[in-house]
Design a protein. Structure first.
Length: 155
């Protein structure tokens, strides 16, 4: 498998890792609070993220490119841990009527996704991948930090 094909496959599988990992993390957050209403999302998120993880492991490891599998695993674990550890204050409604939690999750996902692109294109030197990855990572970090500041101000 060529590097461009593997990178495209990683980007495609990462969509499922982010969505499934966020659902799995939200379910784990509810389970830690002894609320069993999140069992559906635990099963659904595990399947939605687990099947692409298995596909990625079989593809990337068999083609001798374990770095792409590790990047996919990082995206999944980052999404699970980020959503699981979000405090309850992040579910408050913002001034525009949108939940603060969505902005925080979007910022964390953009930061993780940009970081993965940045790390995978770092060896190729300055190019569109490096600029895109750095831009997404910094924009996501700015959204996440801005959301945290809004939550701290509301306390």
């Amino acid at each position: 498998m060529q590097t461009n094909e593997a990178f495209g496959m990683l980007l495609f599988l990462s969509i499922f890792e982010l969505i499934g990992g966020a659902a799995f993390g939200a379910a784990l957050r509810k389970l830690l609070r002894r609320d069993l209403s999140g069992m559906f999302f635990l099963i659904w998120g595990g399947g939605f993220a687990g099947i692409p993880l298995i596909i990625g492991a079989a593809t990337f490891l068999s083609s001798g490119q374990p770095m792409f599998f590790y990047a996919q695993l990082f995206i999944l674990l980052g999404a699970i841990i980020t959503v699981m550890l979000l405090p309850g204050d992040f579910t408050l409604m913002g001034g525009e009527g949108n939940p603060i939690e969505i902005t925080a999750i979007l910022g964390a996902a953009m930061a993780m996704f940009g970081s993965v692109i940045l790390l995978l294109t770092l060896r190729e030197g300055l190019g569109i991948g490096l600029i895109l990855g750095a831009g997404l990572a910094f924009l996501g970090a700015a959204l996440l930090i801005g959301t945290a500041i809004r939550v701290l101000r509301s306390l």
